[in-house]
Write a protein that binds this ligand. Structure first.
Ligand code: SF4
Ligand code: SF4
Length: 384
């Protein structure tokens, strides 16, 4: 007799949602709040409105605005990443991320459509691709990042509506391990900007491809997200939410950046990636122990906005970035999952994905072999 199929218990968000989730207003995130200083004037209506409604954020935001700006650590080499951010901002414009679909629709089965979309995402540059249903809870409620009401973007505070978009395609982009290992200094910023630039360019092309097939499609990337990338990536089966607050993928650990395309095109979905991260992170606190700002919790998961999770303190993390003027990345480089794609490391990743006491031994072995993080010397092309 055949065994009855058992429902696979999905990891992290799907399993840990125990209450109602309130959509997040993008204006409340730390990056968008700094835009109030960078782009909007001291007397601007946006600044007045925001701090009238959120006086609890004002002291922190003013303090950060006076610190070393990100990317200023190494002035001579700033053009290396500044060029990439400039281009990302250009392809963040509404005319790039969105558009009118072709009047003639191509029709495929959901499986065939998913195969085409995933293959093209890889061809355009993605290292990982997954597809899932788009939960409305993960769509920002209002625009927060818009380069100071740049006319090419939607306006600050504008309500976000992706109501026809039923599916999400999440793409993962590997970060350079060599550059990440220089964390928390300048090379980390290059690792991020390289992966973000690739992710932006790929998402814009993929959204255009889907629109050419006659469906609505919008790219979400560093310069213009309308969705929360990490929970959407979990729903697309790319990986699991970690203690460090970022996505862990089996392939690249925490060393991955994300972009997304949302669409109304019917696409076959991927199963959740149940790779043992919840039990692994419960036994491993390497990132929390080595985080210089204390932003990563060492204790148990807590209930936050309807979800049981390890809650990263974004304000502590972001404040630390301004100490060196880079985006830190120590947690990414010390995480046992962020390893090379060699055969031996892939076998270890397979073993780490199985829930059990051996995960604890693996953590102890990791500490013995790698010890405390020591920033590596950056490649020769960086510096004088
Ligand atoms: S990026 Fe650095 S400061 Fe932020 S959570 Fe990771 S280790 Fe901590
Ligand atoms: S360092 Fe350990 S606890 Fe932190 S995210 Fe990686 S596996 Fe989880």
């Amino acid at each position: 007799m055949r065994n009855k199929p058992t429902a696979k218990k999905p990891p992290t968000y799907q399993n840990d949602i125990i209450g109602s989730i309130k959509r997040i207003d993008e204006r409340t995130i730390v990056f968008a709040r700094q835009d109030l200083f960078r782009y909007f004037g001291k007397e601007s209506a946006q600044r007045a409105q925001y701090y009238d409604e959120h006086p609890e954020n004002q002291a922190y935001d003013e303090k950060i605005s006076k610190k070393k700006p990100l990317g200023n650590y190494n002035k001579k080499d700033s053009p290396m990443f500044a060029a990439q951010f400039l281009l990302m901002d250009r392809v963040g414009a509404e005319s790039f991320v969105d558009g009118v679909p072709n009047k003639i629709r191509s029709h495929f089965s959901e499986t065939k459509a998913a195969e085409k979309v995933k293959s093209m995402a890889k061809l355009y540059g993605a290292d990982l691709v997954g597809i899932g249903l788009l939960k409305k809870e993960w769509v920002y409620s209002n625009v927060g990042c818009c380069l100071g009401n740049n006319p090419a973007y939607k306006s600050w505070g504008e309500p976000i509506d992706l109501k026809n978009h039923s599916h999400a395609v999440t793409m993962g982009f590997k970060m350079s391990r060599e550059l990440l290992s220089g964390a928390p200094y300048f090379s980390t910023l290059l690792a991020s900007s390289q992966a973000y630039a690739k992710s932006a360019w790929t998402a814009v092309q993929l959204a255009a491809y889907i629109r050419q097939m006659g469906y609505e499609a919008r790219a979400h990337h560093f310069s213009n997200y309308q969705v929360l990338a990490v929970p959407v990536a979990v729903d697309c089966g790319l990986g699991e939410l970690s203690r460090a607050g970022y996505l862990i993928t089996k392939e690249f650990g925490l060393g991955v950046r994300l972009s997304i395309v949302t669409t109304d095109m019917p696409l076959a979905q991927d199963p959740p990636a149940d790779i043992g991260v919840q039990s692994f992170c419960a036994q491993c606190k390497i990132c929390a122990d080595q985080c210089p700002s204390g932003a990563i919790p060492k204790g148990e998961k807590i209930l936050h906005n309807g979800v049981m999770k390890w809650k990263l303190d974004e304000e502590k993390c972001y404040a630390y970035w301004h100490v060196n003027g880079t985006d830190c990345g120590i947690c990414m480089t010390v995480c046992p999952w962020t390893k090379p794609t060699t055969k031996i490391h892939r076998i270890i990743a397979d073993i780490a994905s199985i829930e059990g006491i051996h995960q604890k031994w693996m953590v102890e072995a990791e500490k013995l072999v790698y010890g405390l993080h020591n920033p590596k010397t950056p490649p020769d092309f960086i510096g004088d």
